[in-house]
Design a protein around this ligand. Sequence first.
Ligand SMILES: C[S@@+](CC[C@H](N)C(=O)[O-])C[C@H]1O[C@@H](n2cnc3c(N)ncnc32)[C@H](O)[C@@H]1O
Length: 234
Amino acid sequence: MSVPAPDSQIDTSAALTYWNSCDPSVTGMLGGFPQVSRIDLQQSTTFLAKLRRASKTHPTSAPLSRIVDCGAGIGRITLGLLSKVATVVDIVEPVQKFTRQVSEGDDFKQLRDQGKIGTIYNVGLEAWEPEHTYDVIWIQWCLGQCTDAQVNALFTRAQNHLSPGGWIVLKENLSNNPFGEDVYDETDSSVTRTDDKFRALFKEAGLKVVATELQRGFPKDLYPVRIYAAQPEA
Ligand SMILES: C[S@@+](CC[C@H](N)C(=O)[O-])C[C@H]1O[C@@H](n2cnc3c(N)ncnc32)[C@H](O)[C@@H]1O
């Protein structure tokens, strides 16, 4: 009997029911591990700074123009990293009670007053049609909600909305399944993919990985986490 592909079990409406039941807080975003947020943001900040130090088009001497935070939740990464390096940050997030933190919450008042919060798209990544050009398209801890075919379509669409020299940055848990397979998680109806699968998805969409690191310093009982920066093949 053939086993169904893990991503074929993704049920978008079940996923949204799950996320709508979660608290609009860092604890709710990070599955009960809010303490990893600081260390996550620290390494991501350094990773992006290293990319920019080696970049002719997006050097650290000037702010980035526009970034999009994909599957942004309550805007944890926008607040802690992206708004500090860019003039405008757009948000893609299907759950309105999360994006209300960004559009109405006190934590984001200053950023809103500064005009730093751009377009908020209340849709899933599978349905997002980018309208702007981005220096960085940041996708973190949400791609598992999309099937492989949806990821391929997203990567294909998104790379047409990168500025020259811009990056798609992806940071995700990695499957540590002993048979090297992706794993379906029924809690949030998502898939945890292997490193090989992520690299294959980039390649199939015509993207090359230009930098990648494993996250350091997380509790040992969590999945390994890897960050990738990818650019269109020349
Ligand atoms: C683990 S949280 C991560 C939030 C944020 N990226 C962070 O790191 O703080 C996963 C987020 O993905 C969102 N999500 C669920 N389905 C999605 C989809 N189809 N496309 C994009 N995001 C989705 C959830 O609502 C939730 O906000």
